[in-house]
Write a protein that binds this ligand. Structure first.
Ligand code: BGC
Length: 699
C-alpha cells in the first residue's frame, strides 16, 4: 500500500478509530462484527473510511475456521512438514492454505510457528518444526512464501522462547544471548530475511525478565533494526500485562482485544503514556500490509479441496520417516494383514488447541487399507469397531473437531485372539498413537509406552515372530516417544507423525511401497528422558513454575548428543528408504564470502526414491566452545530412478557458521571439516576448508 494513501488515512482517522485498528474485537464467537465464523480474531472495521475488520485465523496445520460454506483442508502438522526436508513442497502446502484463507475471507494465517523442540515433552512440539534452527527457518520461509503468494499474510509465532506450555502465560525464560541468537531467534531471523512475513506474534512468556510483547529489545532492536522487519507485531491471545508498554515496545496490535483493552489503550494515549506518533506508526504498519490483503476483498467461493487434498497427501507421504526395516516393508499387495491398536480407527490427524483443524473428512488407516482392497483380518477389525462403538459421540468430535482422543485401552483383543490371528495372517501391523496440544506439556508417562501398549506389542511380537511372521509398528504421534525399549520386538517401524486428513491413505501407500519413504527426523529420538539435555524443562518451582532457565545453552538436540557423546535411539536427520543411495565426488571451493560444496548422490538400489543430503560443519578447537557439528545446508534430491544420480551444489556463507560472543559474530581461523551425510551421524563424505584469519560480523 502506498505511503501516500496511508498518510491520507492517518490524517482522516480520529484517535479512537486509530486505536480500534490496533485492538481486536475480542471474542470472535460472540461479536456481531465477526466476519468469518470460527476465526481466532479480528480488528475493528472503520466503515466511514472503508477500512474492513481484518480477520486472523489459525494455523499451522490448515486454516482453522468453522464455516460450513467454506471448508478447509487439514495438512500434516509442522513437525511432519519439516520431516519432508522439502521447501518446494512446503511452499505448495503454504500456497494451498493461503488460497483457502483468501477464498474464505481470512487476511492473516496465524502460522507458521517457529519455536524449537527443546524437549520431547513439549506440548506443542507437533506444531513446531525442529530442534534445529536452520531447518526450522528454511521450512518456515517456504511456508510463508507459499501463504503470501496467495495474497494474504503469514504471521510467524511465538516470538520467542515459547518452548513449553507449563506456566506459559508469564513464564520467565532465562536464556543466554548467545543461545537466543544462535538457536531460538535464528529461525525467525531466517524467515524474516528470506520470506518477509507480514506479521510476527509475540509470545506469552517473558525473556530474561521482560514479557515478549513488552520487550523493546526484541521487537524493535532485534526484529526491526537488526533484521529489517517491516510488518506489524501482534500479541499472542491475551499476552502481557500493560498495553502502553506493549505498543511502545513495538507490539502494534493487541489480540484478541475487546472493550477493556480498547479503553486501556485510549486511556494510555490520553494520559500521554503512548505518544500519538507511536500510535500512528503502529497504524501505518498494520494498514500498509493489511489494506493490500486479498482476503477481505475476495468474493465468497469454495477452495479447490480436491487439489489441496492431493498436496496434503504429497506432504504426508514425504514426511513419513522409516525408522527401522528388516525386510518387512514394503508389504506385498496379496499378503493377509492383521491390524492391531485403536489407532487404526482413531487415526490422529493433528494436535489440539488453536492448531487443530476442521477438515471435511479424515482418512483412517483401516478405511484406507480397505480402499486399497487389502486382505485385512476382518474378524479383528470387527472387534475394534465394536469396542469403539461405545464412543460414537466422542469419535465424531474426534474426527470433525479437536482430536481429543477417547482414551481406550489396548486390551480390545485378548491373547487368544492374537495367537489365533497369527495362524491366519501373514503379518501384523500395530498402531501406536499419541495426542498432545496447546496449554499443557506431556508427562514422562506419555513418553514411555503404557502397560496395555507394552502388552500388545509383547503379545503380538511373540505370537507372530515365533512362527516367522513379521510385525510392523506405526507411530502416529506428534513428538518423540520411547522406541529404544521395544524396537527389537518389531521388524519395522514407520514414523507417520500426525499426517492431516490424508493420514490413512498416506500410511497405507507407504506400507505398500506405492511411495518410497523419504522423510528424515527433524528432531532427535532420545533413548530415555534422562538423556535429554534440557533437564530444566517444566521450570520451577515445580508445582507452579514461574521461570525456566535454558541451562543447556546452545547444546540443544543433536548439538548436545554429538558433542557430549550420548547415543540417541535415532539421530537427527535419520530416515531409511526402500532403496539405497551412494555419495561421491565431493569438492569444496571457497571465496571471500562463502564456501561452495559439490557432491553427487546416486540411487544404487532397485526402487525410485528421494534422498535428503545434509551438510554439517565441524569447527576447529578455538577460543569459543562450539557444537561438535552443526547443520549448515541440505538438499532433497528429485525422484531418482535406480542408477540415476543428481549433482548437488550448496553454498554456506561464513557468517552462517559464526558464533555470537555476546557482542558480535566470530568465525575463528583454522581448519573446518565439511561432513556430507544422510543423517547427523551417517557421514559419507568428508572434506575441509581453511580460514587463515578470524572473521567478525555485525548483525
Ligand atoms: C495460541 C496461538 C494462537 C492464538 C489464537 C493462542 O492461545 O498460543 O498460537 O494463534 O491463541 O488462536
Amino acid at each position: 500500500m502506498s505511503q501516500q494513501i496511508i498518510e491520507e488515512l492517518l490524517s482522516k482517522l480520529s484517535i479512537e478509530e486509530k486505536v480500534k485498528i490496533l485492538v481486536g474485537i475480542g471474542d470472535t464467537t460472540s461479536s456481531q462484527l465477526a466476519r468469518v465464523p470460527g476465526a481466532a480474531g479480528q480488528t475493528h472495521p472503520i466503515e466511514r473510511l472503508n477500512i474492513p475488520g481484518f480477520v486472523l485465523a489459525d494455523g499451522p496445520a490448515g486454516v482453522r475456521i468453522e464455516n460450513p460454506a467454506c471448508r478447509t483442508t487439514a495438512f500434516p502438522v509442522e513437525v511432519m512438514l519439516a520431516s519432508t526436508w522439502n521447501p518446494e513442497l512446503v511452499e505448495q502446502v503454504g500456497k494451498a492454505m493461503g488460497e483457502e484463507a483468501r477464498i474464505c475471507g481470512v487476511d492473516v494465517l496465524l502460522a507458521p510457528a517457529l519455536n524449537i523442540h527443546r524437549h520431547p515433552l513439549g506440548g506443542r512440539n507437533f506444531e513446531y518444526f525442529s530442534e534445529d534452527p536452520l531447518l526450522s527457518g528454511k521450512i518456515a520461509s517456504a511456508y510463508v512464501r507459499g501463504v503470501q503468494s496467495a495474497g494474504v499474510g503469514a504471521c510467524i509465532k511465538h516470538f520467542v522462547g515459547n518452548e513449553q506450555e507449563t506456566g506459559r502465560w508469564g513464564l520467565d525464560t532465562y536464556v543466554s544471548e548467545r543461545a537466543l541468537r544462535e538457536i531460538y531467534l535464528r529461525p525467525f531471523e531466517i524467515a524474516v530475511k528470506e520470506a518477509k512475513p507480514w506479521s510476527v506474534m509475540s509470545a506469552y512468556n517473558k525473556i530474561n525478565g521482560v514479557h515478549c510483547s513488552e520487550n523493546e529489545w526484541l521487537l524493535t532492536r532485534v526484529l526491526r533494526e537488526e533484521w529489517g522487519f517491516d510488518g506489524f507485531v501482534m500479541t499472542d491471545w491475551g499476552a502481557g500485562e500493560d498495553v502502553a508498554r506493549q505498543i511502545n515496545a513495538g507490539n502494534d496490535v493487541i489480540m484478541p482485544g475487546g472493550q477493556d483493552k480498547l479503553e486501556q489503550v485510549l486511556k494510555a494515549v490520553n494520559e500521554g503514556k503512548i505518544p500519538i506518533e507511536t500510535i500512528d506508526r503502529a497504524v501505518a504498519r498494520v494498514l500498509s500490509k493489511l489494506l493490500g490483503s486479498a482476503g477481505y476483498k475476495s468474493t465468497p467461493g469454495k477452495p479447490d479441496l480436491e487439489a489441496h487434498a492431493k498436496i496434503a497427501y504429497e506432504a504426508a507421504v514425504e514426511g513419513m520417516v522409516l525408522l527401522k526395516n528388516q525386510g518387512a516393508l514394503p508389504i506385498d499387495r496379496g499378503k493377509k494383514i492383521a491390524f492391531f491398536g485403536v489407532g487404526q480407527i482413531l487415526t490422529v490427524k493433528g494436535g489440539m488447541g488453536s492448531g487443530h483443524t476442521h477438515p471435511p473428512y479424515v482418512s483412517t488407516i483401516l478405511d484406507a487399507a480397505r480402499g486399497r482392497s487389502l486382505a485385512i483380518d476382518e474378524e479383528l477389525a470387527k472387534k475394534y469397531a465394536e469396542a469403539l462403538s461405545t464412543y460414537k459421540e466422542e469419535l465424531e468430535i474426534f474426527y470433525r473437531d479437536e482430536p481429543d482422543k477417547p482414551s481406550v485401552s489396548e486390551d480390545v483383543v485378548g491373547e487368544a485372539d492374537i495367537y489365533a490371528s497369527a495362524q491366519r495372517n501373514d503379518l501384523a501391523v500395530i498402531v501406536i498413537t499419541r495426542v498432545s496440544g496447546e496449554g499443557w506439556d506431556l508427562a514422562p508417562e506419555d513418553f514411555y509406552l503404557r502397560d496395555d501398549e507394552k502388552w500388545l506389542i509383547d503379545t503380538v511380537s511373540e505370537a507372530y515372530r515365533r512362527i516367522g511372521k513379521p510385525v510392523v509398528a506405526i507411530l502416529n504421534i506428534g513428538t518423540p516417544i520411547d522406541v529404544a525399549s521395544w524396537r527389537e520386538k518389531v521388524d519395522a517401524i514407520l514414523l507417520a507423525w500426525q499426517p492431516g486428513q490424508e493420514a490413512g491413505r498416506a500410511i497405507i501407500d507407504t506400507l505398500l511401497g506405492l511411495v518410497n519413504p523419504s522423510g528424515k527426523l527433524p528432531t532427535t529420538f532420545p533413548k530415555t528422558l534422562g538423556d535429554v539435555p534440557s533437564w530444566t524443562f517444566g521450570g520451577e518451582p515445580a508445582d507452579i513454575p514461574k521461570s525456566v532457565t535454558y541451562e543447556e545453552d546452545i547444546y540443544v538436540g543433536y548439538r548436545y548428543y554429538d558433542t557430549f557423546g550420548k547415543e540417541p535411539a535415532y539421530e537427527f536427520g535419520y530416515g531409511l528408504s526402500y532403496t539405497t543411495f551412494s555419495y561421491s565426488d565431493l569438492s569444496i571451493e571457497q571465496d571471500s564470502e562463502q564456501v561452495k560444496v559439490k557432491f553427487r548422490v546416486t540411487n544404487t538400489g532397485k526402487m525410485p526414491g528421494k534422498e535428503v543430503a545434509q551438510v554439517y560443519v565441524k569447527p576447529p578447537k578455538g577460543k569459543i566452545d562450539k557444537p561438535q557439528k552443526e547443520l549448515k545446508a541440505f538438499k532433497k534430491t528429485r525422484l531418482l530412478q535406480p542408477g540415476e544420480h543428481q549433482d548437488i551444489v550448496l553454498t554456506i556463507g561464513y557468517k552462517d557458521m559464526a558464533s555470537f560472543n555476546g557482542k558480535e559474530w566470530i568465525l575463528e581461523k583454522g581448519a573446518y571439516k565439511i561432513l556430507v551425510g544422510s543423517s547427523s551421524r551417517r557421514i559419507h563424505l568428508e572434506g575441509e576448508f581453511r580460514l587463515p584469519e578470524e572473521k567478525t560480523f555485525r548483525n
